[in-house]
Design a protein around this ligand. Structure first.
Ligand code: NAD
Length: 254
């Protein structure tokens, strides 16, 4: 039975694909970045798993149906959906355009609902799971990311709603909420330790994180696969913070 992973070309989505890849595993890898998606497919196949790469734009409402139809045709069944593709359209609310707002909600929030809706009959048959990548931003706003934060809050609530409505069908639905994580999304912010500015950025963040490091994509992927699998068989409707404790750290470190 297959696992569908969106945003599989980079960062957390690629890490989920790599961790899930073992002989016999069947993965559906969806992203809009064709070249990097092929790289993920090669990494997965090198570990003995099957990979079906799909180039889609999740800003369009048709993408979810395309992904689920392709997964059903190739593998017949879906055990888990990982709705992970996302983007930050960064702008202060006073300056942001309506198009930027709509794009944030289309990719981050609407696509998660549409993917869940499209996969529902197959998840019901498999008594499967949906895991979506929300964000610490869903509960902790930061300047300049208003539409992102609001769209991630929508992801958390949509998935809780799915848990409520689809629990009687045996489908579990949960979110993970990463804190600052090394990935494509943050590569220009704090990944490059050769850059003085990025290094300072990273140290400033790490000083506030109780575990004193920013997360890796694999840190988040482990939580995603825990929630997607049978070890979490009685867990549904939760938002799991994967943030090194940052969301509990109201007071600056001394
Ligand atoms: P990333 O940029 O490395 O990966 C995101 C992937 O989503 C990319 O491969 C990108 O091509 C794909 N994508 C974006 N828009 C798409 C679209 N319209 N159609 C298809 N694919 C699209 O970043 P990441 O950190 O791995 O992001 C994964 C998820 O984690 C996102 O939902 C993000 O909001 C969330 N997140 C990341 C952090 C962080 O610090 N990196 C923190 C909290 C939450």
């Amino acid at each position: 039975m297959s696992i569908v992973i969106t945003g599989a070309a980079s960062g957390i989505g690629r890490a989920v694909a790599e961790l899930a890849a073992r002989p016999g595993a069947e993965l559906v890898l969806a992203d809009r970045d064709a070249a990097r998606l092929d790289e993920t497919a090669e990494l997965v196949r090198a570990r003995g798993a099957r990979a079906l790469p799909l180039v889609v734009d999740l800003a369009t409402p048709e993408a979810a149906d395309e992904i689920v139809a392709a997964a059903a045709e190739e593998y017949g069944a879906i055990a888990a959906v990982v709705s992970n593709a996302g983007l930050i359209v960064g702008a202060p609310l006073a300056e942001m355009s309506a198009d930027s707002f709509d794009l944030s909600f289309a990719v981050n929030a609407r696509a998660t609902w549409l993917l869940g809706r499209a996969a529902y009959p197959l998840l019901k048959r498999s008594r499967g799971a949906l895991v979506a990548t929300a964000s610490m931003a869903a509960t902790h706003p930061t300047p300049g990311t208003g539409a992102y934060s609001a769209s991630k809050a929508a992801v958390v609530m949509l998935v809780k709603q799915m848990a409520l409505e689809w629990g009687p069908d045996g489908i579990r639905c949960n979110t993970v909420s990463p804190g600052p994580t090394l990935s494509g999304m943050t590569k220009d912010v704090f990944a490059d330790l050769e850059s003085f500015e990025q290094r300072a950025n990273r140290e400033a963040r790490e000083a506030h994180i109780p575990l004193r490091r920013v997360g890796t994509a694999e840190d988040v992927a482990r939580a995603v696969l825990f929630l997607a699998g049978d070890d979490a068989r009685h867990i549904t409707g939760v938002d799991l913070m994967v943030d090194g404790g940052l969301s509990t750290a109201l007071m600056p470190a001394v």
